[in-house]
Structure formats: C-alpha cells, structure tokens
Write a protein that binds this ligand. Structure first.
Ligand code: 5GP
Length: 360
C-alpha cells in the first residue's frame, strides 16, 4: 500500500458527496442534530457504523449526506477537503463530479452550487500548489535534488464534471448541461449521467446529452451497473467518451465496447460492496486489462466506502499480479482518457515519464 500511495495517480470517477470525510459528516450531523434537523443516533447508525450496504442502501445514504451538505459554505469546505485528501494520496489529476442542486431555503441555484464547488477547488489549489513543477523546468535540469522534492509534492490539477441525476427531469438536465458549457472556462470539462440505475430511463436525458455533445462537451455514462441489456446497448450505441462501472456487459455489448475502445472507469471496491461483482478475482478489470482495453482505476465514493485510490491500486496489484511499473503505466495511460485540455495532458505525461525513470 505504501508503494501505491507513492505512485502518482489519476482519479476520473469520484462523486463529491461520496468523498466527504466521515469526520466532517459527523461534525455536520452534530450541528444539524443540535438544530433539531436530524437524529444523530440514526445518522451514526447509517453512516458511521454500517459498512456493508446494498446499492439501494447506498442511495439512501446519499439522501442523508445531502441533508448535511446543503449550503454554499459547506460545499466549498467539503470540496477543499476532498481535494486535500486526494492530494495526500499523490493524485496529480482529479476529475471530480457532482450533481448541481437547488436549495431554495438557502438561496441556492444550480449555478451557485457549482460556483461554491469551484470556490472549493480554487481554495485547495491556492493552498496546495506550492510551486508548480512545470513552471520550473529549468531549475529542475540544474538541480536534480530540487526536482525530486517537487516530485514528492506534485501539484494536483482538478477539473469538474457536472452530473445529471437519473431522478431529475429533462428540464433540470438541460440546465445542468447549459451550465457545464457556460462554465467550461472555469474548470468544468464534461458531463456525467449517474444516480440510482434502477430509477428512470436514460433516454429521458438523451436531448440534454446530445446538446452537450453538439457543444463539444465530452460525456461519461454510468453504464451496466445493474443488468439492463436494452439500456447498455443503447448507451454504447451513443458512443460516450467514457463509461463508468460496465459490470453487466454481455455479448454483443462487450464486443461493441471493445471494438470502440471506450475507456472504462473501474470502481472495484464499490462494485464489490454493492454486490455488482462477488469476488475481486471475478471483476471484469482482469479481462479488460488483459485484452489491452483502456481502463482507469477509480474510487467512486471513497468516503462512503472507506477506501482510497492507493487501496484500489494495491488491490489490483495483489489480485491481478501487476508489478509496480505496470501500475505506473496503468496510471499514466489514464491521462489520455481525461477530459482535460491537451496542454495539461502533455504536462502530466511528462511528469509521469519523469516518475518512470525514477522507478526504473
Ligand atoms: P453528488 O453528485 O451529490 O456530489 O454525489 C452523490 C451522488 O452521486 C449520488 O446521489 C448519486 O447520484 C451519484 N452516485 C454516487 N455513487 C454512485 C454509484 O455508485 N452509482 C451511481 N449510479 N451513482 C452514484
């Protein structure tokens, strides 16, 4: 695990409210309980104590978490903390996602929700980016020890995806994709479709997803989290830029995925804990990796599942026998599948290549 923690990593599938520190949730729950808004003991039973949850229970838990993360200041705080936690894990590029929510009680619109999240990203970047490794290329050549130091503290680059929740209306989804486009110069780089896969029909959101595509926004879809061959077939025919999970893909959908080389965001522990996959060694990561299909290891909801991205790399190393160099390649390859601008991708690739020489 120590080696996996030191490895520079790329996280492409992390839901903001699924990443909140348990200590912060508890603090917020205590505050809400003091104000008589919820029962602390119920909250503790659901969030802190229970570790093996079904998928339905996970979505109920998100309902509880959402009760706590309702105002702008809290959103800014949790975003900043989430970024600090990923940075401490040596994540050098984080693509965080969240569903913009309205909350009339505190004057929150979808736009002000995203602004609060962006404020958290800005606050974290200001504090964490000591010196940019890439701004000091010449120093690095002249002073290798300084270079090593900077590599030990790489800057984390954060971009945001706006999620459509399957419980939403098409109108709400349209508002989200319009916001994503309007905020594309502020760090929003794409659109996601998520939420309880047993609710709603993804085709409801097709006009919003098509609008996003027409306006150049890349799209990732939660696909095949539960058995639903009709939906999986239609989602793959849409050719999203990436898909998340992809647990229940049978032939011919699997062949379509492979033929189109659609990158898969692998959420191994999440799939195990929500019973989409029974054992690590049965996880489709193995087959996709061996078929040389584009895959990227991700956490999904590290706060909810009490995991880290380093833990996911360690899991893959233990159960699928990847060497440290193979883990580094796996992580580096993910850069290509990010929705980041080309310049940042190139910078990250150079950074990884430096790390590769150090590892060899
Ligand atoms: P938020 O968008 O509120 O920041 O993050 C929590 C939300 O992300 C949940 O309410 C749900 O819509 C989505 N989410 C988190 N984990 C999962 C998952 O494993 N599968 C799906 N389909 N959606 C998820």
């Amino acid at each position: 695990l120590r080696l996996c923690r030191a490895l520079p990593k790329v996280e492409l599938h992390a839901h903001l409210n699924g990443c909140v520190r348990p200590s912060t949730l508890l603090e917020l729950a205590e505050e809400c309980s003091r104000r008589g808004l919820l029962s602390l003991s119920d909250f503790q039973a659901a969030v802190i104590v229970k570790e093996d949850r079904s998928m339905e229970e996970c979505f109920q838990l998100f309902g509880l978490i959402h009760l706590l993360t309702t105002d702008h200041c809290i959103l800014t705080r949790i975003t900043k903390e989430v970024i600090e936690d990923f940075a401490a894990e040596n994540v050098v590029y984080l693509e965080l996602r969240t569903t913009p929510k309205r909350n009339e009680a505190v004057g929150m619109t979808k736009r002000s929700y995203v602004e609060a999240v962006l404020a958290g990203i800005k606050a974290a970047s200001t504090e964490l980016s000591l010196d940019s490794y890439f701004d000091h290329k010449e120093d690095n050549i002249e002073c290798p020890s300084q270079r090593y130091q900077r590599k030990a503290n790489p800057q984390i680059h954060v971009r945001l995806l706006l999620s459509i929740d399957r419980r939403e209306t098409l109108e709400a989804a349209m508002e989200t994709v319009h916001l994503a486009w309007e905020m594309r110069d502020l760090g929003v780089v794409g659109v996601d479709l998520s939420g309880n896969p047993c609710i709603g029909d993804w085709e409801t959101f097709l006009p919003a997803l098509k609008w996003a595509r027409q306006h150049g926004l890349p799209i990732t879809l939660h696909c095949g989290e539960v058995p639903n061959p009709r939906e999986v077939e239609a989602m793959l025919a849409f050719q999203p830029e990436r898909v998340g999970h992809a647990c229940f893909l049978e032939s011919p959908d699997l062949s379509t995925l492979l033929a189109n080389r659609i990158p898969v965001e692998i959420c191994l522990t999440s799939n195990l804990l929500t019973n989409s996959v029974q054992r690590v060694r049965d996880h489709h990561f193995g087959a996709l990796y061996n078929a040389n299909h584009p895959v990227v290891l991700c956490t999904d909801d590290p706060g909810v599942f009490s995991i880290s991205l380093s833990y996911e790399y360690a899991l893959v190393s233990t159960h699928f026998g990847l060497s440290s160099l193979e883990l580094l390649h796996l992580s580096r390859n993910a850069i290509e599948f990010t929705f980041a601008e080309d310049r940042l991708k190139q910078m990250l690739q150079s950074f990884f290549d430096g790390a590769k020489y150090a590892a060899e």
